[in-house]
Design a protein around this ligand. Structure first.
Ligand code: SF4
Length: 240
């Protein structure tokens, strides 16, 4: 950009400032109206980056990376802990028994896998005993180091999809996103907020993990109450 000369008049300077301001506003508008195809392409590029990531030790033992699936324009994002045995083999989050329950919850809400975005706070399977990768039930929660190493991917997914609501499924994703050590029993059912770096604040609803509900059916009413709060926040009716 040319430096204004000494002979530049006051009105020319005002024009220059106005032009710069308009250009800045236009670029902000273009950012907001970022085409969906761009978001989908950025999510696909992120999935490719995850597939070759060795950012923590889980990259050495995973069978398939599990970056996440769903709509690039999802109004709700569901965030779980990390891939388990089934997810590690299929490369998709929530595909085992807990995934079946999540599907039923989505259906009861009038939603589907293709209308929401589903991801985990870590993208590779944390094995309790890495020497037995084929053993079922050989899962553990991700360590703080693994959570920190993988966080950039989830943050980028949240920033790209920019959902109106994030549902944290279980203790690990809730505590990670809200940077707290408070017990899930105290956090669930209460609205919180999270802003990824460079992104706007998003409402967060913590609830129980579907796997916990499968172990203890008495948690069902609490989860349904939380999902009704999500539907109300989105201005959506529960299907009859
Ligand atoms: S868990 Fe995340 S940081 Fe670790 S290797 Fe997998 S993608 Fe990379």
């Amino acid at each position: 950009m040319a430096e204004p000369s000494r002979s530049t008049t006051r009105s020319e300077l005002l024009d220059l400032v106005l032009g710069l301001r308009l250009r800045a506003e236009r670029s902000r508008e273009e950012d907001w109206a970022r085409p969906l195809a761009d978001v989908a392409a950025a999510l696909a590029a992120l999935a490719t980056a995850v597939s070759s990531c060795q950012g923590c030790g889980l990259g050495r033992t995973r069978i398939k990376p599990v970056p996440g699936v769903g709509s690039p324009k999802a109004r709700v994002m569901f965030v779980g802990e990390g891939p388990g045995y089934e997810e590690d083999r299929k490369g998709e989050p929530f595909v085992g028994a807990a995934g079946g329950l999540l599907d039923r919850i989505l259906k009861a809400m009038g939603l589907s896998r293709s209308s929401v975005f589903i991801a985990n706070v870590v993208k590779c399977h944390p094995l309790d005993d890495p020497s037995r990768p084929d053993a079922r039930g050989n899962d553990r929660p991700p360590s703080p180091e693994e959570l920190a190493a993988c966080r950039r991917y989830l943050d980028e997914q949240i920033r790209l999809v920019a959902p109106e609501v994030i549902v944290c499924l279980g203790r690990v994703s809730t505590q990670a996103l809200l940077s707290t050590t408070a017990p899930l029993g105290r956090l669930r059912g209460r609205w919180a907020s999270y802003a990824p770096p460079g992104g706007a604040p998003i409402r967060v609803m913590p609830t129980y993990h579907p796997a916990a509900v499968l172990r203890d059916e008495t948690l069902k009413p609490a989860v349904w109450s939380d999902m009704k709060a999500v539907l109300a926040a989105l201005g959506m009716e529960r299907p009859s």
